[in-house]
Design a protein. Structure first.
Length: 202
């Protein structure tokens, strides 16, 4: 296999796991709405897209969620810790990433909001392994839009799509990358990741 000039990774479900149920359980303590309704709200509200595009900032996001879910007795300062504290590292994936470190240019491309991104950078040292960490909210684009993949290639120095590899757990994101010519693979396990990197891993 031709060695890439850039290897791009997704974040959630690839390098870290997350348990958003923790957020829903905490919010339910502050409203009469059931957990199922709160979960459906986050799955369908356009506010989520806006937050991950950076068009809504954290305090404005919080205020809108309070209104939409009829939350009571909750401040931004008490909301922020349980909103953020949902991540655990996928150590087997990070072991593979560490093998690539120093041998290839690495990029991170994540659909993520400002609060989660800043929290992960502060708490997880592996984020410093990336030459080009790219958050959707910072560039105003989201996967699987073609523009965000082109943006990542541009940020990395104008890498040709055929010279880049991409790993994401979401099939539509993989398809979007393939449509512009990136060698994209759907992440399932660290074992599969290792197989997909056969001939590339040092």
């Amino acid at each position: 296999m031709n060695k890439p000039d850039l290897i791009i990774f997704d974040l959630g479900r690839v390098l870290v796991d997350f348990d958003f149920k923790k957020v829903i359980r905490e919010l339910q303590k502050h409203t009469h709405r059931p957990e199922a309704e709160i979960r459906h709200y986050f799955e369908t509200t356009p506010l989520w897209d806006a937050f991950e595009r950076g068009t809504v900032r954290p305090h404005a996001f919080f205020k809108q969620v309070v209104r939409d879910l009829s939350l009571e007795g909750l401040t931004f300062d008490t909301f922020k810790p349980f909103w953020n504290d949902i991540f655990t590292e996928k150590l087997d994936s990070l072991a593979v990433l560490q093998k690539l470190r120093g041998h290839y240019r690495l990029a991170l491309l994540s659909n993520v909001n400002e609060m989660h991104w800043e929290y992960i950078i502060e708490r997880h040292p592996f984020m410093s392994w990336f030459d080009h960490p790219i958050a959707s909210y910072a560039v105003g684009l989201r996967k699987p839009e073609h523009a965000i993949y082109h943006k990542a290639l541009s940020i990395a120095g104008g890498i040709a799509p055929s010279k880049a590899m991409f790993f994401d757990d979401v099939q539509t994101h993989v398809i979007g990358a393939r449509e512009i010519g990136i060698r994209a693979h759907q992440f399932t396990t660290a074992e599969q990741l290792t197989q997909d990197l056969d001939g590339i891993l040092p």
